[in-house]
Design a protein around this ligand. Structure first.
Ligand SMILES: Nc1ncnc2c1ncn2[C@@H]1O[C@H](COP(=O)(O)OP(=O)(O)OP(=O)(O)O)[C@@H](O)[C@H]1O
Length: 244
C-alpha cells in the first residue's frame, strides 16, 4: 500500500475575496473509502475540483502517487488515474448507454469493436447490460449514476471522487448502488473519496472521514469517530441518530 497515495498540502483556493479552502492539508490512503463531510459552502466541491484539476490552487500542492499534479490539466490527471463523478450527471442523452462509455474509454488506437467490447464489460459491471442500447436520456437518476460509474471505470481510475452519489436516487435503489461502490473497491481496487449528504450512507460506506467547515479542516479520523465529534453531530444530528 502506497503511503503517499494522495496528499493535499496547505491548499488554499480563493475566488476573488472568498476563500473556498484555507490551508487544507489531508492525506487519503490507498484502498480505503474516505468521506468529505461539511455543511453547505464548506468547500467540499471545491476540494474535488482542485484534486481533479477543474480549479487551480491559489496556494499549496496536490500530490498523487508522489507526483506534484497541482498545475496539471484535468485530462492529464485523469490519465494519471484520477476520475470523478458529478452531483448532476451529464451523459450524452442521444447516445446509447454503451456509446457513452465508449466515448470515455481511455484506450487509444483501439478499434471500434475492441472499444465496444471493453465498454460492455463496464456496462455489465454496473448492471446496465439490459439498457446498453437505450439512449441515455431514458435512464432513471439511479441508472444515470450507474452510467457515470461505468464512464469513470473506462478511464481506468485508481482514485475515484464521487460527488453526491445517492443524490436524487429513489430510496429502494440506494442499497444496490452502495453495493456497487463497495465492489469498485473490493474487486477493482479503486480508492474512493465521497461527498454525500446522507450520513446513513456514509456510515455504511466510509472507513475514514474529513470534516470541513468554512474552507478549513475541523476533524479527521475514522468515520465512526468523526461522526461522533460534537461539531459534526450538531450538523448531522438527525441523520446520525437515525443511522444508529
Ligand atoms: N466558482 C466560484 N466562484 C465564486 N465562489 C465560489 C465558486 N465556487 C465555490 N465558491 C464559493 O466557495 C465556497 C465553497 O463552495 P463549495 O461549493 O466548494 O462548498 P460545498 O461544501 O461543496 O457546498 P454544497 O454542500 O452546498 O455543495 C462557497 O462560499 C461558494 O459560494
Amino acid at each position: 500500500m502506497a503511503a503517499d497515495f494522495l496528499r493535499v498540502e496547505q491548499l488554499t483556493v480563493a475566488f476573488g475575496g472568498i476563500f473556498a479552502l484555507k490551508d487544507v492539508s489531508l492525506s487519503i490512503d490507498e484502498g480505503r473509502t474516505t468521506a468529505i463531510l461539511g455543511p453547505n459552502g464548506a468547500g467540499k466541491t471545491t476540494l474535488f475540483n482542485a484534486i481533479s484539476g477543474a480549479v487551480r490552487p491559489t496556494a499549496g500542492k496536490i500530490r498523487f502517487l508522489g507526483e506534484d499534479v497541482s498545475t496539471k490539466s484535468p485530462s492529464s490527471r485523469c490519465h494519471s488515474g484520477i476520475a470523478r463523478t458529478f452531483q448532476i450527471t451529464q451523459p450524452f442523452g442521444s447516445l446509447s448507454v454503451i456509446e457513452n462509455v465508449m466515448v470515455a474509454l481511455a484506450t487509444k488506437g483501439a478499434s471500434m469493436a475492441e472499444a465496444r467490447r471493453e465498454a460492455a464489460t463496464y456496462v455489465e459491471f454496473v448492471g446496465l447490460s439490459a439498457k446498453a442500447e437505450d439512449p441515455a436520456r431514458v435512464l432513471s437518476t439511479g441508472q444515470r449514476k450507474r452510467l457515470e460509474l461505468a464512464r469513470a471505470l473506462a478511464t481506468h481510475p485508481r482514485l475515484l471522487l464521487l460527488d453526491e452519489v445517492t443524490g436524487g436516487v429513489d430510496r429502494p435503489s440506494i442499497p444496490e448502488l452502495l453495493s456497487l461502490i463497495r465492489r469498485l473497491r473490493e474487486e477493482r481496487r479503486i480508492t474512493i473519496v465521497v461527498v454525500e449528504h446522507n450520513m446513513e450512507v456514509l456510515l455504511d460506506l466510509a472507513d475514514d472521514a474529513v470534516f470541513l467547515n468554512r474552507g478549513e479542516v475541523v476533524v479527521t479520523g475514522g468515520m465512526q469517530e468523526v461522526a461522533g465529534h460534537e461539531a459534526v453531530r450538531s450538523i448531522y444530528l438527525g441523520d446520525i441518530d437515525a443511522a444508529a
